[in-house]
Design a binder for this molecule. Structure first.
Ligand code: F6R
Length: 272
């Protein structure tokens, strides 16, 4: 895992947006996996700005969202479809036919979930999957106990997630109990995963995800098995990482490597 620690939410969001923009420039027809929630809002703002001011082109990009609440109409202000339009799609030049979000109103969910996985495969797989982190260590709606091999399916939200998401709905009673979500296995097939976590409330989940054992009780910990994961944190979210100074040094070395080549890291090169 590559751990990047930025001073705050804004800097972390900019850093994550730069990683995404780099991919979009390098591979204009890339496939992005997207997330909702409070975490990626700053990233979407920055991507919209890059489109507006720097001409970042999304016209050939395909997107797949991680999840959607069951029972919500796409016009419901708390549906993830509505969220994506409001915070990203309305502000960039994406082709609407290339947007994929699970349908929370499908009647035959088993069939729908199979076809969602099929669509991801047909698109060539996900190049970069953006992920937020739940306080209980979930990614997408893969709540504690979810199989680490799980595929897109229906999942029941835990009381903790219902409480966390009540802030968007106004009260706990209004939060849907079920969601359709990509599985951990689906996420692990993305070529790169970009996990974001900001704020003190995520510090414990971050520590367990990065430094704890791989366990279905913390589904994000399965990312330890993936060969290309970038974790972008702010100082508060990184505050409980035991090896955070080492991660900082690693990141500095990585930056020097990218800018100056391997010679910059050889013994005796510090002063040269
Ligand atoms: C959203 C999603 C969730 C959130 C997580 C964190 O599509 O899949 O896993 O990323 O619950 O939510 P926030 O960002 O609101 O703290």
């Amino acid at each position: 895992m590559r751990i990047i620690i930025e001073p705050d939410y804004e800097a972390g969001s900019r850093r994550a947006a730069q990683l995404i923009a780099h991919l979009v420039r390098q591979k204009p027809d890339c496939v992005l996996g997207l997330a909702t929630g409070g975490t990626p809002l700053g990233v979407y703002r920055e991507l919209a700005r890059m489109h507006r001011e720097e001409g970042l082109d999304f016209s050939r990009v395909t997107t797949f969202n991680l999840d959607e609440y069951v029972g919500l109409d796409p016009t419901h202000p708390q549906s993830y479809r509505f969220f994506m339009q409001q915070h990203l799609f309305d502000h960039i030049n994406i082709d609407p036919s290339r947007i994929n979000i699970p349908d929370g109103r499908a009647l035959d969910f088993e069939r729908f979930c199979r076809s969602y996985e099929e669509r991801i495969r047909e698109a060539g797989g996900i190049d970069l999957q953006l992920l937020g982190l739940g306080r209980d260590g979930h990614i997408a709606f893969n709540e504690p106990g979810s199989s680490l091999g799980s595929r897109t399916r229906l999942k029941m939200l835990t009381p903790e997630t219902i409480r966390d998401n009540a802030r968007f709905f106004g009260s706990e009673e209004l939060v849907p109990r079920l969601a359709v979500t990509m599985g951990v296995g689906t996420i692990l097939e993305a070529r790169r995963c970009l996990l974001l976590a900001f704020g003190e409330a995520k510090a414990d989940a971050v520590q367990r995800t990065v430094e704890g054992p791989v366990t279905a009780q913390v589904t994000a910990s399965a990312l330890q098995l993936h060969r290309d994961v970038v974790v972008v944190l702010d100082e508060a979210a990184a505050s409980r990482l035991e090896r955070r100074e080492y991660y900082r040094q690693m990141e500095q070395a990585q930056m020097r490597l990218e800018q100056e080549g391997i010679r910059a890291l050889l013994p005796g090169s510090e002063r040269s």
